[in-house]
Design a protein around this ligand. Structure first.
Ligand code: 5GP
Ligand code: ZN
Length: 115
């Protein structure tokens, strides 16, 4: 997708602090971190949201992104203290970039319920 900011990060056209990458996923630090560790895990392939991925039958991709999120959390040292993995779906739920991404947040106490 030519006008998608996360596709541009995947393509290296926009700089990002990449912390993990594999054949299907890339993870980089959120530009507006909400916790001491705040990483976004995205598929290399453009898909707008969790809803769209599911509708397209992208089960393997979704599993891959979630597994990558756990790998990133471990790599970031969050395994022991715990972390939160968030996928906002739709503008009403706070999604502002329409390329699927899982937030990985940790490094501070996280309250529940989220806002
Ligand atoms: P959403 O609100 O869609 O769940 O999350 C989008 C996230 O992307 C936000 O937390 C925002 O700070 C982050 N973000 C938006 N643009 C950029 C960017 O150009 N670079 C990086 N690293 N993060 C971005
Ligand atoms: Zn994209």
């Amino acid at each position: 997708m030519s006008n998608c900011i996360f596709c541009k990060i995947v393509a290296g056209e926009i700089p990002a602090q990449v912390v993990y990458e594999d054949e299907r996923a890339v993870a980089f630090r959120d530009i507006n971190a909400q916790a001491p560790t705040h990483v976004l895990v995205i598929p290399r392939a453009h898909v707008a949201s969790l809803a769209e991925a599911s509708e397209r039958g992208e089960r393997e991709l979704l599993g891959h992104v979630l597994d990558a999120a756990a790998r990133v959390a471990a790599q970031e040292g969050l395994r022991e203290g715990g972390y939160r993995t968030v996928i906002n779906t739709g503008a009403g739920a706070g999604q502002s970039v329409f390329h699927l991404h899982a937030h990985v947040l940790g490094g501070r106490p996280l309250s529940w319920p989220p806002g």
